[in-house]
Ligand binder design. Structure first.
Ligand SMILES: C[S@@+](CC[C@H](N)C(=O)[O-])C[C@H]1O[C@@H](n2cnc3c(N)ncnc32)[C@H](O)[C@@H]1O
Length: 350
């Protein structure tokens, strides 16, 4: 059980300087059968960051298996809005809601649309928002969802129920576009070679199974000494493209900025450098104190951009050793936390 021992973020455990693998969640951990429930990552730290209060309203923007939602509901007499784009996660959330006396509201949708999703339901401001990015164990461990290169399944990778699947992209996109996606979203140095191999493979027959995709990639990308499967980066890239994960993240963070009340907390858990870079850059910009205008410049009515967030710590938190041992999927997590200031969101954002 998660306990909320210390309400002050500052009173939490010290940052551990752990090496980060940078591997995706679909890295070296090897579950091939239907998993047990998703084990929430850094749940105690996220709870401390959100600091739920009686009467407060909180958003779990990525319900998944509901670890954060349960912890927040147990910590205070508050309300929680649980969001997920995956109808199966939403089904779980609805079961949980039934035993919480109206304190838990569930919405199926994308967190990139968070402001509209909550606005339509009469919610204009909230006291805390948590994002736990990426896929859940339920996704990775279910071969029929097509996220895993360890078990053969249809090449799908959609978290929700709409849009193009990974097979659609692999079989439709021009080689140059495939190479760009695999390079930019997978940080695969051999992206061009992988794209060429995929195009050659699809000329023989459409690539429609995860097993075939993994085999095509493994044939052209050598194994690395760290034991990470050569298919990891290509799978990550396709998953991120299929679900527009970085676009969703940018829109979700901007929505959080508009929704959080002064003093409200934002907690974001990212699992690889591309996601974390977006969060870090967003918070750096929003927490930055603008330089004072030069006294040599004429006074004009420029919009002054006061910081909309205050960083609670400059560096991200990472999981404790014990958590990584108990749940190896947590090993690449980074948690960033910030508090909304009273400054309004400028109408034009750079
Ligand atoms: C890492 S899991 C969250 C796990 C959760 N914190 C727990 O304790 O079980 C991420 C969840 O977010 C959902 N998700 C990912 N991107 C999303 C988006 N843009 N909008 C809504 N849900 C999203 C996924 O479907 C998945 O269920």
């Amino acid at each position: 059980m998660i306990t909320h021992s210390s309400p002050a973020w500052e009173a939490g455990p010290p940052i551990l300087a752990l090496p980060l693998t940078g591997a995706s969640e679909a890295g070296p951990v090897v579950p091939t059968v239907q998993s047990a429930a998703h084990v929430p990552v850094m749940a105690a730290e996220v709870l401390t960051a959100l600091n739920p209060r009686d009467g407060g309203v909180y958003v779990d923007a990525t319900f998944g298996g509901g670890g954060y939602t349960r912890a927040v509901l147990a910590a205070a007499g508050c309300r929680v809005w649980a969001i997920d784009r995956d109808p199966r996660a939403v089904g779980l959330a609805q079961e949980l809601a039934a035993s919480h006396d109206g304190r838990l509201q569930v919405v199926e949708g994308r967190f990139g649309d968070l402001e509209a999703l909550l606005g339509e339901r009469g919610v204009g401001t909230v006291d805390g928002i948590a994002f736990d990015l990426g896929v859940s164990s339920a996704h990775l461990d279910d071969a029929s969802r097509g996220f895993s290169f360890r078990a053969d399944g249809p090449l799908d990778m959609r978290m929700g129920s709409d849009g193009e699947s990974a097979a659609d992209l692999v079989n439709r996109l021009p080689e140059s576009e495939l190479a760009r996606i695999i390079f930019e979203l997978g940080e695969e140095r051999r992206a061009r070679r992988v794209a060429a191999a995929l195009v050659a493979a699809r000329l023989e027959a459409p690539v429609e199974r995860t097993g075939r995709l993994a085999a095509v990639v493994r044939a052209v990308v050598p194994s690395s000494r760290d034991g990470i499967d050569p298919a990891t980066r290509t799978f990550q890239a396709l998953r991120m493209a299929v679900n527009d994960e970085l676009g969703e993240l940018r829109r979700g963070l901007a929505a959080a900025e508009r929704l959080l009340a002064p003093g409200g907390r934002l907690a974001v858990v990212a699992f690889h450098s591309l996601e974390d870079r977006v969060v870090k850059e967003f918070l750096r910009q929003r927490a930055e104190v603008p330089p004072s205008p030069s006294r040599h410049l004429p006074l004009t009515p420029v919009a002054i951009k006061a910081p909309t967030f205050r960083l609670l710590e400059r560096r991200p938190r990472v999981p404790q050793h014990a958590e990584i041992e108990a749940n190896p999927r947590s090993r690449s997590a980074k948690l960033r936390v910030a508090e909304r200031t009273t400054a309004p969101v400028p109408s034009i954002r750079s």
